[in-house]
Design a protein around this ligand. Sequence first.
Ligand code: 59J
Length: 581
Amino acid sequence: MMKLEGALYPWRFRLMLGLLALMVGAIVWRIVDLQVIDRDFLIGQGDARSLRHIPIPAHRGLITDRNGEPLAVSTPVTTLWANAKELQVAKDKWPQLAAALGQEPKALAERLEAQANKEFIYLVRGLTPEQGQQVLDLKVPGVYGIEEFRRFYPAGETTAHMVGFTDIDDHGREGVELAYDEWLAGVPGKRQVIKDRRGRLIKDVQVTKNAKAGKPLALSIDLRLQYLANRELRNAIIENGAKAGSLVIMDVKSGEILAMVNQPTYNPNNRRNLQPAMMRNRAMIDVFEPGSTMKAISMSAALETGRWKPSDKVEVYPGTLQLGRYTIRDVSRTEGPVLDLTGILINSSNVGMSKVAFDIGGEAIYRLAQKIGLGQPTGLNFPGERVGNLPNYRDWKKAETATLSYGYGLSVTAIQLAHAFSVLANNGRMVPLSLIHVDEAPQATQVIPENVAKTMQGMLQQVIEAPRGVFRAQVPAYHVAGKSGTARKTSVGTKGYAENSYRSLFAGFGPMSDPRYAVVVVIDEPSKAGYFGGLVSAPVFSKVMSGTLRLMNITPDNLPPTQQANAGPPVAAVKANGGRG
Ligand code: 59J
């Protein structure tokens, strides 16, 4: 028995000892391996698991008006977020946190319970840095802050449609903010930090990539004119019980849009009760039939053919013209059986215009309308911008030739109409439109012969200054020109035109000594005193043109001789001389 055990014991003992020695050796080797040989590699791996890149927001470029007035400004804000997992151990601090955040304690607690296993939830975004610091100072575990930027729009509703806005992540959503997003946005940087297992920030390591700030952008608009335009348009909309409206002011020599406003509008700094109707930049995204404002273009086409001059006469009696089943009508009967071309514009005779159109043919009108930008892309690429529609003359039958010549059957935007009138004002030279401030006026193209444009300027001045003209468009101390229009709106749902909804238009420019500014006024569905363009929109043109000429320090060109001699300040010098709206 003993012998047997004794014989086995040394063998087993030595085997076990050997195995143990081997295992210890393996462990020692492993320790040496980890602590000495692979040390650097393992530290690197460990850090990689806790080193994080977090973005550094880029400062978004400042948007200003043409004179450097700020229109969109990025201000630093603090966004507070929480690691909800971590926050669970600090339930006792929740009421304190809720109070500091200005949130309902019960609501916050419910949210934190519901999202208890989330490592990232927003607590509140866009606090002022001071407000944010106050909360962070409570040192609630799991509550962190990030620095962000938020857009503020100092001019509020006055520039809302033009400037647009960014979303909560500071990406352009509307207007110039969207159209020039890449330019404005810049490139976010990167910061390396070490976080522990629970995502707590342990240490700022280094900035691996600096944020590249966005570039500033100076718009073509003049904030003073923008305020003026917005005020006058808003007043007119209220006075006339109208649904909506647009107003555009252009510099005819540089192609710059100096003001573009719409009603209704909204406050981009508080978008809580935003309705879609308020957000429309109607001047660019709504199309309409230009009605009688089109007569300025059709009549220019007639002059351009060389077949017509302003004093040529056309029979308009009895104020209607039968074309098969179709009747063309003049709304207001004129003094006599015949009108010259200027008289056709002054009295806005659809019959007279149609007869001239039949003589020159659709193609002449079409070509000029196209060259002058009606129903054509503007090149502005404004978000949502519409092109409108100018049907091809080959498809115009006689009735279409007539109605197109006095503004129906085509559709345009207010900005296109302003551009077209700016060409007449700029002696037939067309300059590309710009929403951005330009230092040097770009190359102009002569699209209407200079003499034709100048003749048209004189005729459109008569439209305002003649005894039966649109006197409400007159501007004290200056000579101005323009054309009113009153267009029945096409009724939705049914075919044809509504009986009782109108669009009141006015397009004009001045001063006539050296035309510099073009203004277009569109008022949608006036519902009170009247609806004629000459009654509703012409006074708005007058006030806005008057304010523009004064703000821009343009020398008056229509002062009575005595005042001119005294060179005193401009005083109301034009007598309202009767006439219709
Ligand atoms: C009008 C139209 C509609 C479309 C007519 C305005 C046409 C026409 C079919 C009746 C009011 C109204 C294609 S009016 O703009 O002639 O601005 O101061 O809407 O003629 O054929 O109860 N403008 N307006 N016409 N349609 N189709 C005049 C004129 C114009 C004025 C006033 C009086 C119309 C002087 C308009 C203005 O010049």
